[in-house]
Design a protein around this ligand. Structure first.
Ligand code: UDX
Length: 446
């Protein structure tokens, strides 16, 4: 199949590279000439493990190419994917669809034949109808089919998620589009990945429902963590104890500093706007968002409390700034709120992140950056583990203790066992661990 991918951002690039790896002929199109030139030179605009090698191999094999020329890119394509950004519109939380609509208009103006247009960007319910209207109005002479094919990729694990998906959702309204999508995903469903055909609006809603549900699991366990802390329970064991019930499932039950990233915060807000417009209250999603917003700020105050209630003049080392490991993405990262609270409280902040420091600099203002965790600990009154990068999972705690002015670890990801930290002479504050040091692994309990 010949595929044109409009938008070489995170989703477009990963999807384009993976489709080409399946043997399809893929052209990635982007207006940003600098980005296209960099890609042609083998430089990735984002950090995603394995992506550079995947791109290089498929470019070499002649299956993947890049262009700024949309007309040439879509010429003769069996499917044109729209994978442009849909950021939150400033002020009202609506998804900004101007890039999607502009892409649709341009595709219609420059198309040389009938095409199946597939929206991969996350778009509110009903957007496919609008895209179809734009295509038909602009080029009534062509026979258009519009498909919704949402992505469920996690940053840092996107290639694996694309190649081994739990399911592929395709919202199509006609048989021709279904056939094209079947052919595109054939390499995957031979691996038994369910290909779920639904109506187009249903597919659009599935994407938002999935993200809102996952965000809800996180806010749920985060609030439970607060309770566990108060009543002398361990939220890690609570999560395991409920997660072993197949009806609940153990994933997305890690208590932490709140969810961030490019999807959950934006998509939950956009879903709430759609719900409001349709006069259908989504109270649970609303509470999820509110709990998460409060949580990020509360994490800053948790650090201050661990310092005895006053952070003025205290040196605080932050380990990790990105919203999660294996990405350089700082969008809606909990570190943003934490730094704001700590700075307002008069703390001196020094931070290390394996990939995110460049992105963090313009967002976090005047904090100091260091090259590793031990330098972040040097002379610090508190060390705060914000993002669970592998590099922070097996620190030499004795060395950390010796480097700190006051050995105190606030572990916002529950990476460490309270006992091992205490043994190294460091005071420990985790998330939802009211029984610091006293718990046994749940398997050994009963
Ligand atoms: C998410 C969805 O997983 C993916 O399917 C969708 O396509 C895009 O949004 P992503 O934002 O890359 O992917 O990251 P994810 O791994 O889902 O984590 C999102 C946030 O939730 C992170 O801030 C993470 O730290 C937090 N999280 C996740 C928790 O706090 N606890 C968990 O148990 C899981």
């Amino acid at each position: 199949m010949k595929i044109a991918m409009i938008g070489s951002g995170y989703v477009g690039l990963v999807s384009g590279a993976c489709f080409s790896d399946f043997g399809h002929d893929v052209i990635c199109v982007d207006k940003d000439a600098g980005k296209i030139a960099a890609l042609e030179a083998g430089r990735m605009p984002i950090f995603e493990p394995g992506l550079d090698a995947l791109v290089a191999a498929n470019v070499k094999a002649g299956r993947l190419s890049f262009t700024t020329d949309l007309k040439a890119g879509i010429a003769g394509a069996d499917a044109v994917f729209i994978a442009v950004g849909t950021p939150s519109r400033r002020g009202d939380g609506h998804a900004d669809l101007s890039y999607v609509f502009a892409a649709a208009r341009e595709i219609a103006e420059l198309a040389d034949g009938p095409a199946v247009v597939v929206t991969k960007s996350t778009v509110p319910v009903g957007t496919g109808d609008k895209v179809e209207a734009i295509l038909r109005e602009t080029r009534p002479d062509l026979d258009w089919a519009v498909v919704s094919n949402p992505e469920f990729l996690r940053e840092g694990a996107a290639i694996g998620d694309f190649k081994r998906p739990d399911r592929i959702v395709v919202g199509a309204e006609d048989a021709r589009a279904e056939d094209v999508m079947r052919a595109i995903y054939r390499p995957l469903y031979l691996n038994a990945a369910p290909l779920l055909f639904t109506g187009r609006r249903t597919a659009e809603l599935i994407k938002y429902a999935a993200n809102a549900f996952l965000a809800t699991k996180i806010s749920f366990i985060n609030e439970l963590a607060d309770l566990a802390e108060k009543v002398g329970a361990d939220v890690k064991d609570v999560a395991r104890g409920i997660g072993l019930d197949n009806r609940i499932g153990g994933k997305f039950l890690h208590a932490g500093p709140g969810y961030g990233g490019s999807c959950f915060p934006k998509d939950t807000l956009a879903l709430l706007r759609t719900a409001e417009e349709n006069d259908v209250p989504l109270r649970i999603v609303n509470a999820t968002v509110e709990a998460n917003d409060r949580r990020k700020v509360a994490m800053g105050h948790k650090v201050i409390a661990a310092l005895g209630g006053d952070a003025r003049g205290k040196r605080i080392g932050l380990l990790g700034l990105t919203f999660k490991p294996n990405t350089d993405d700082m969008r809606d990262a909990p570190s943003l709120a934490i730094v704001e609270v700590l700075r307002a409280a008069g703390a001196d902040i020094v931070a290390h992140d394996p990939e995110g420091m460049e992105q963090a600099r313009p967002l976090l203002g005047d904090i100091a950056y260091v090259d590793n965790a031990y330098d972040a600990a040097r002379g610090a009154d508190a060390l705060v583990l914000v993002t669970e990068w592998d590099a922070f999972r097996a620190l030499d705690l004795k060395r950390i203790a010796a480097a700190m002015a006051q050995p105190l670890l606030v572990d916002l990801r529950n990476v460490y066992h309270p006992d091992e930290v205490a043994k190294a002479g460091i005071a420990y504050h985790g998330i939802g661990r009211g029984v610091a040091g006293a718990e046994a692994p749940i398997e050994k309990v009963g």
